[in-house]
Write a protein of this length. Sequence first.
Lengths: 337, 116
Amino acid sequence: MGLVGILEREMLHFKISRMDELKNFLESLLNSEFEDFYPLSGGASAEIYNIVLKNGKKLVLRRTPEKSESRLAISKKIEAKVQKILKKNKIPVPEIIEEFDESSGVGSGYIMEFVLGETIPRKILRDERFAQIRPNLALRIGEVLAKIHQVDLSEIKELEKMTFYNSLNKLYEVYSSFNEPQPVFEYVFNYLAKVNIKEKNNVLIHGDYRLGNFIVSENSIESIIDWELTHIGDPLEDLSWVCVKSWRFGNNSKRVAGLGDLEDLIKGYESISSETVDRFELDIWQIYGSLRWGVICMIQTFAHLNNNLNSIEKAAIGRRVSETEFDLMNMIKNKEF
Amino acid sequence: MKNFFDRPTKAELIDVLHYFIFEEIDFKKLEELDIFKVRIALNILKILKRQISNEKKISKKLNTLSQNLFGEEISSKQNLIEKIKKEDFNKDSIEEFLFELSCEKLSIDNPSYLKD
């Protein structure tokens, strides 16, 4: 076996022993042995695991490993706090069961209830079992979002406040750090910097409000998950993000998550909120949204290119930047949203 | 001497890798995560094949377009970035060029996205 093979074998042993260490810690925290414990795909900073206890009860772990940094995500402690406040406000989110911090030796994170339902957008968009709920989902997405945006912010002082221009400047900083300028992105950053948008930062923003972060059953939106990008900002940020074309999975004529029309979303939102949705500003936020997704693709691929983190998924996502460039120019040049 | 390598050519090597992964690996024996990764690997091979076959043609097409729109050939990505940063352009021309550039890139990275 060559040096690379030996290193790979050592790394595998290291991963297995860390996984055992994590499992032992969690079994002790929950005071229960596990029947099963396995990783799922993660978010911007989080690792996600399914837990099955000996008594058959299912739970979910969200964890940031030790010394793992994210350029965008909040800490797991604040994430758990926000989720508890949302639960108190009757927003559909999973209940937090236990929390742990860095002193645990296995990173920081929390264990939450397992909510039954579907999160895979293509299944929600195409499976027969969701045929009944699909026509109403865009409206419901708007209603739930309006409730999130009404949460009292006095208990959540830790979150960053971001206006449109704050967000744009922060995104440009991240993008510039890769030293790999993209002509379309340069043009769009310049275009957006000149647009006149009202400076608003007055509501709790989910930050990644799209179909992949909804747990959907045949009857309802059961839960909104993945709060690691939450902050205080402009309501249009969430309203437009769910419209970004990358989340339509081929159902492009349906602007809201490939499910419904913009007017359905706005109708649902305005039925709960006192805010009137400004369509022009929503278009601008959607352009920002596609640009943001493009930069997130760069973040992912440069994690592979710069940090010696060999990952075929992260490498491949760099070639999805062109999808966002196409969407951006279609919106700006052809006014096709 | 333009091409001194033996066959299989670059494209043929990619084809055989694609064939091996797609036809000879038993997906039923793989874990779900591994199937996902193999599909990504197959997709990378397709991108590579399209780029090898088409990049010269695309460069030529974009050069002709930049001549028509700006009266000059844009020789590199950096050249285009400088033009954008200096705002040395007519709005309609630069938007036309950037739209075509994004279409050409997408024809390599994910042509089905253009049809959706």
